[in-house]
Design a binder for this molecule. Structure first.
Ligand code: C5P
Length: 404
């Protein structure tokens, strides 16, 4: 390895914390990718990580001994303080359910967790575990806590798992994690001064006081765009339907339930925005009447009459007329003919960009496969983390603004 570092992370220091999961072997590649970006890397292995990989592999790649012991007698000072003093960023990969829980609750009883409490720069985590562990409410609550605290969560992604099953829980590939580390350490402030409005999540259309018509949108795509735009310097307002995600720090969040509430919230704030991104899966219909009391199961059959909801995006497109601002971005979930349907939506709703994806991809998971369709072109992106999709959408929004 040359001592003269080049690349976007030249002169930077990254602390890699490796948790105990089968994906730990990929963290050796991750260390190499971060080095290739120009940074120097220190590695800390948890006791469980050492069951999967040894410090020797990391030492061989990074040129520095891997650290495993809080009580390392060969080190004269406080190792966790020294490691975090010089670290510009900390990446935890793989982040196990246990490590995420310890982080969320500030436990600090070994070298890895003391470093995580002492960390001062950006902290990123790349979770990897079985889907049942990932989806467990405790894990989800811990991840929500960490996100709300500003931790960047990369993945996990859907794919083949150690158990032989396929599902959500694979660690994001090392190259993509390294790109996220680079992004965290080289923040672009290229949306500074822009006001961006984003909608996210499903809407719930009440049937009676306890029931609703809804859909499975998780809200993650819209929240990822909000976080990405915030990090790039935009002033962000997020109108969110009912989702289990915590308010992202530094974003003005308006919580709504139904499509009509979402329309009212959007129209109340919509003027003065430079960019509006409608990532919400708005229900197209709502029950014509909301029963004032819980409907009893005394009828053999029950017919729900539905009426159309306002199309918020189309209303914004129509209101904009020939004006250039705001830039309007819509989403399209389709079951086929992706680009043709997106083009039709682009014209019908008067937007500048449609983010199209097939229904089988992306609705609930942490990653997505989308095609970005504008009047000028259709760009099919590979499968990637929703935060990366968000960055690509924001890049395209910038290009559209610049081309005007
Ligand atoms: O027509 P379709 O529902 O496929 O369009 C999806 C796009 O339109 C999304 O951007 C969604 O947020 C927006 N939309 C809306 N109001 C509706 C339905 C969809 O703003 N009632």
């Amino acid at each position: 390895m040359s001592s003269e570092q080049v690349g976007p992370l030249a002169g930077r220091e990254v602390l890699l914390v490796v948790g105990g999961g089968i994906a730990a072997y990929k963290s050796v590649t991750l260390a190499r990718e971060i080095l290739r970006a120009g940074a120097k890397v220190e590695t800390v292995l948890t006791a469980a990580a050492q069951r999967f990989v040894t410090g020797v592999s990391f030492a061989g790649v990074t040129g520095r001994p891997a650290r495993i012991d809080l009580w390392d007698a060969s080190y004269p000072g406080e190792l966790h303080i020294e490691l975090t003093r010089k670290a510009d960023a900390v990446i935890v990969a793989p982040a196990t359910a246990d490590l995420l829980a310890r982080m969320a609750h500030g436990l600090a009883d070994d070298l890895a967790t003391t470093c995580l409490v002492a960390a001062k720069g950006p902290v990123l985590v790349a979770p990897a575990m079985h889907p049942r562990m990932w989806e467990h409410p405790a894990t989800q609550a811990n991840v929500a806590l960490l996100r709300a605290r500003g931790v960047t969560v990369i993945g996990p992604v859907v794919g083949p798992l150690a158990s032989g099953e396929t599902g959500i829980g694979r660690m994001t590939e090392p190259e993509a994690i390294a790109r996220a580390v680079v992004a965290a350490l080289t923040p672009r402030r290229d949306l500074e001064g822009l006001r961006v409005l984003i909608s996210a999540g499903p809407t719930h259309e009440a049937i009676d006081p306890v029931r609703f018509v809804g859909n499975r949108s998780s809200g993650r795509m819209g929240f990822a765009i909000a976080e990405g735009a915030r990090d790039r310097g935009a002033a962000v307002t997020l109108v969110a339907g009912p989702v289990a995600l915590a308010d992202p720090a530094g974003v003005a969040v308006v919580r709504v339930r139904s499509a009509v509430e979402m329309r009212d919230a959007v129209t109340a704030v919509a003027s003065g925005f430079d960019v509006v991104i409608m990532a919400a899966a708005v229900a197209d219909y709502r029950p014509a009447e909301v029963a004032p009391a819980k409907i009893k199961k005394s009828h053999a059959e029950l017919t729900l009459r539905l009426v159309k909801n306002p199309d918020i995006l189309a209303e914004l497109g129509a209101a904009r007329g020939d004006a250039r601002s705001p830039i309007l971005v819509g989403f399209a979930v389709e079951t086929g003919d992706l680009v043709a349907h997106a083009r039709e939506k682009l014209a019908r709703k008067g937007c500048d960009l449609v983010v199209a994806n097939l229904a089988e991809h992306g609705f609930e998971g942490a990653d997505n496969v989308v095609t970005l369709v504008s009047a000028a072109r259709a760009e099919a992106l590979e499968r990637m983390d929703k935060r990366e999709v968000a960055e690509r959408i924001l890049d395209t929004v910038r290009e559209i603004r610049a081309s005007r």
